[in-house]
Design a protein around this ligand. Sequence first.
Ligand SMILES: CC(C)(COP(=O)(O)OP(=O)(O)OC[C@H]1O[C@@H](n2cnc3c(N)ncnc32)[C@H](O)[C@@H]1OP(=O)(O)O)[C@@H](O)C(=O)NCCC(=O)NCCS
Length: 277
Amino acid sequence: MLLRRLTLDDVVTGARLTAAAFGGQPREARMRRYLELEPEGWFGVEDAGTLVALGGAVRFGELAWLGLMVVEPGHQRAGLGRTLARAAVAWAHDQGCTTIRLIATPAGTPLYRQLGFVPDGESQELAGVPRPLPPGAARSSVHPWGARDTEEVARFDAPSFGADRSRLLAAYAREFSGSAWVARDAAGTVCGFLVVQDESLGPWAATDETVAAQLLDIGLAGIERSLRAGVLDEMGERLLLARGLTRTRALPRMRLGPDVRRASSPRLIAHASYAVG
Ligand SMILES: CC(C)(COP(=O)(O)OP(=O)(O)OC[C@H]1O[C@@H](n2cnc3c(N)ncnc32)[C@H](O)[C@@H]1OP(=O)(O)O)[C@@H](O)C(=O)NCCC(=O)NCCS
């Protein structure tokens, strides 16, 4: 077995491995996005030249996000998951990260617990074909998220996320341009944002319920496919339930290291991804 860094040459195999573990079709664009976001943070294990496991971390200042841990079924329970998680944690610590966060599946929870991660809340997953409501009277204006918005959006987001994730936000806004939205208040200040991805919804944040709902009804207009969302906040859950999504499962959030202070405003409503935050 060989532990090594993942590179962009692993996109095709990595996406296939991930699809085998989590279901669905291989999503190479997503694998590429994660590797480009943190070229040094992803690791893989090879068995006789074949990639059989992967996982890693993305760094946001002193905070790192650990994710996408996958071990090919025939190689599970042989310590590969632990080897990968330890490599990613060691890398994040070497980068000066003091806190590492993640969202665990039931399969991953015992492993993370064994490595010292502690419970840190929950993420509620909802899914379904959305039925947006007619937009109500609005105090804010919603417009497509352009490259020039990203710096201000990242400043708006940072207090609630607990770190500056501008690189991640820029990547999502770029990749999903056309379905990424920013809300601004009457003074022209950012008061919310939403990205609708191919199969999921998020990141999503807003100062209040009116702005959150407005983003949602504009962002979901014309969408006839099923979407998932990892929701952090009861308000978001309520808004999505009212638009036809249903609860699928609750996943534990876990943390290694001290809690990073997170502000309660704006409301961070949905993750970008379980894998990267
Ligand atoms: C979760 C996953 C990455 C674990 O990888 P793995 O290589 O099987 O895990 P390891 O062999 O390194 O196990 C490390 C420890 O975790 C715990 N553990 C792992 N799998 C477990 C299971 N099915 N039940 C209970 N404990 C388990 C054990 O404590 C284990 O140590 P032990 O075997 O000495 O008792 C792997 O099962 C997987 O790919 N699952 C599907 C995808 C997924 O859910 N990924 C997690 C995303 S958060």
